[in-house]
Write a protein that binds this ligand. Structure first.
Ligand code: ADP
Length: 319
């Protein structure tokens, strides 16, 4: 292993920069050279590849987004695309690749590994939808962004006695809704993994109103329904007006939290160590507070489950 390539792909997430920085610096510390591949697999197929030195990753640990840029690339999903990518990697003298991204990007990494190119995955997605790891880079920052938004909404909602429906990201995974709902003290949390009764939500709103509650926050995961549909249901059923806030891409940006920077730095270092040890086709993660590495095929085959204990706790805290 003489030269490592690094790329970020798919949806960006806060903390990706800290991971790039760790990959570059730990590689150089170990006497390796590093190539930065711009705009994910798209840039790889175009040979958009630059040398990275220590200072190329200076002043980025605290910035959201990704300095290397990211993209989605249909061509890379084909067998020819993967073969071409490997040819280009070899042409640039790259012996091992670190891919930072979500489910789709890690599937791409798996296919490179399948074809024999030494590849290691790092989970970078705010959705936290990868089953093999407790957390992925960017999730904690996104949760904090949502919690701050809830606090802001609480101020104005309690002044007006309003109900707020807050739609958050996560694709088919309810983790952002669950963690932010619990930390933000939401009255109801609606996630794709667990069926919710809109009538039960209405019942809670009425009983809250009857005991003089000034505001209510309902967190809806994007994969669990339609915020405006819920708003109409509440209005028609119990005649209570609500406001909808769809946080959208706000959740993708912002200064990465210390936790995400720590996670990203540890993941980046582990990925480089694995390549140096000659391991390939693995993806890094965290279980408890321990950094782990898992066979990438097995990791991606695992089914993500919602933390039922946390979900039940939110129910207990919002009686
Ligand atoms: P994320 O990595 O955030 O989940 P996507 O699902 O959009 O984002 O995937 C990002 C990119 O990863 C895709 O545009 C494509 O280039 C690559 N990718 C996704 N799925 C596959 C696949 N089955 N095989 C090869 N590459 C894939």
């Amino acid at each position: 292993m003489k030269r490592i390539g690094v790329l970020t792909s798919g949806g960006d997430s806060p903390g990706m920069n800290a991971a790039i920085r760790a990959v570059v610096r730990v590689s150089i510390y170990n006497g390796l050279k590093v190539s930065g591949i711009k705009r994910g697999y798209e840039g790889l197929l175009k040979g958009d590849i630059v040398d990275m030195d220590i200072s190329s990753v200076g002043d980025i640990i605290h910035r959201g987004g990704t300095k290397l840029g990211t993209a989605r690339c249909e061509e890379f999903k084909t067998d020819e695309g993967i073969d071409k990518a490997i040819e280009i990697l070899r042409l640039f003298g790259i012996d091992g690749l670190v891919v930072i991204g979500g489910n789709g990007s890690l599937t791409g990494a798996k296919r490179l590994a399948e074809k024999g190119f030494p590849t290691i995955g790092i989970p970078g997605t705010i959705d936290n939808d990868l089953a093999y790891t407790d957390y992925s880079i960017g999730f904690d920052t996104a949760v904090n962004t949502v919690v701050n938004a809830i606090s802001n909404l609480r101020d104005t909602s309690s002044s007006h006695g309003r109900v707020n429906i807050v739609e958050v990201m996560g694709r088919d995974c309810g983790d952002i809704a669950l963690y932010a709902g619990l930390a933000g003290g939401a009255e109801s949390i609606i996630v794709p993994e667990i069926e919710s009764s809109y009538d039960e939500i209405c019942r809670k709103l009425i009983s809250g109103k009857n005991r003089g509650k000034l505001h209510s926050i309902i967190i809806l995961a994007e994969g669990a329904g339609d915020a405006y549909g819920l708003q109409n249901h509440i209005l028609s059923k119990i005649d209570i007006e609500s406001r909808v806030s769809i946080l959208g891409h706000l959740q993708r940006g912002g200064i990465p939290t210390a936790l995400d920077r720590m996670l990203a730095s540890r993941f980046g270092a582990k990925a480089v160590e694995l390549l140096i040890e000659g391991k390939e086709g693995r993806t890094v993660g965290i279980k408890g507070n321990e950094i782990i590495d898992v066979d990438i095929y097995e990791a991606l085959a695992m089914e993500k489950e919602i933390n039922k204990d946390l979900y039940d706790l939110t129910g207990m805290l919002a009686i």
